[in-house]
Write a protein of this length. Structure first.
Length: 221
């Protein structure tokens, strides 16, 4: 039986993800998400990108290998330990932070004239569908506020059709994305790409098989 709407996917997210990442294998593999890899060209080497809930580091490490300056956070210490190991093995530097969405130090305001802007040129949010609607609203707002003008969000998630495939994702309809939901949530951005599609996914043991996906690229004016 599914939990009622607005119930968090996990009663103890840190414990759940620490357990999932505890094995030697990488739960979602070590290669980047395909949507992210296809659209990462919106950023140029040297720009700063934040990877949200990055888990074991597959996306942050890959972005760093493209010459980007990457910061990432996750609630699971076991995932972060593996991410740091992957970064060392692939000879890149990534700044990893142990935090959940509500306790990460989001940069969200312009700085005084002459000071360094702490906001990001990019935010990568790949399958961050652990968030119930109230948390998701806060999180999406922080994505937008964390971008400097001209910065871009690259986001990937599952649509409600994923409940038929059951090849990954939270299994709760109120955690899934529709085009209308994303257009409304990111009305402050110029939506450059928004596409719902089905595809075969092979991302470790965590995401594998035919999947109902949605991807977005949005630019902050």
């Amino acid at each position: 039986m599914n939990p009622p709407p607005s119930t968090p996917t996990f009663s103890n997210p840190a414990a759940t993800w620490n357990q999932r990442y505890a094995g030697e294998d990488f739960h979602f593999g070590t290669e980047p998400n395909d949507w992210l890899a296809r659209h990462a060209g919106v950023w140029t080497p040297g720009q700063r990108v934040l990877c949200v809930a990055d888990g074991e580091g597959r996306n942050s490490v890959w972005l760093a290998r493209q010459g980007l300056r990457v910061e990432a956070f996750d609630v699971a210490e076991t995932g972060l330990a593996k991410a740091r190991r992957l970064a060392r093995e692939r000879s890149v530097d990534v700044s990893y932070v142990h935090a959940d969405v509500d306790h990460y130090a989001w940069p969200d305001a312009p700085v005084a004239e002459g000071a360094q802007d702490a906001r990001f040129d990019g935010v990568a949010a790949i399958f961050v569908q652990f968030a119930h609607p109230e948390l998701r609203a806060r999180m999406f707002d922080r994505f937008v506020r964390a971008l400097r003008p001209g910065g871009r969000l690259v986001l990937q998630g599952y649509t409600p059709k994923q409940l038929e495939y059951r090849t990954g994702g939270p299994g709760q309809v109120d955690h899934l994305y529709t085009e209308a939901l994303l257009r409304e949530a990111f009305a402050a951005l110029d939506i450059e790409v928004l596409e719902a599609y089905d595809a075969e996914v092979a991302e470790g043991a965590g995401h594998r098989g035919r999947s109902a996906l949605i991807g977005l690229v949005g630019r902050k004016p």
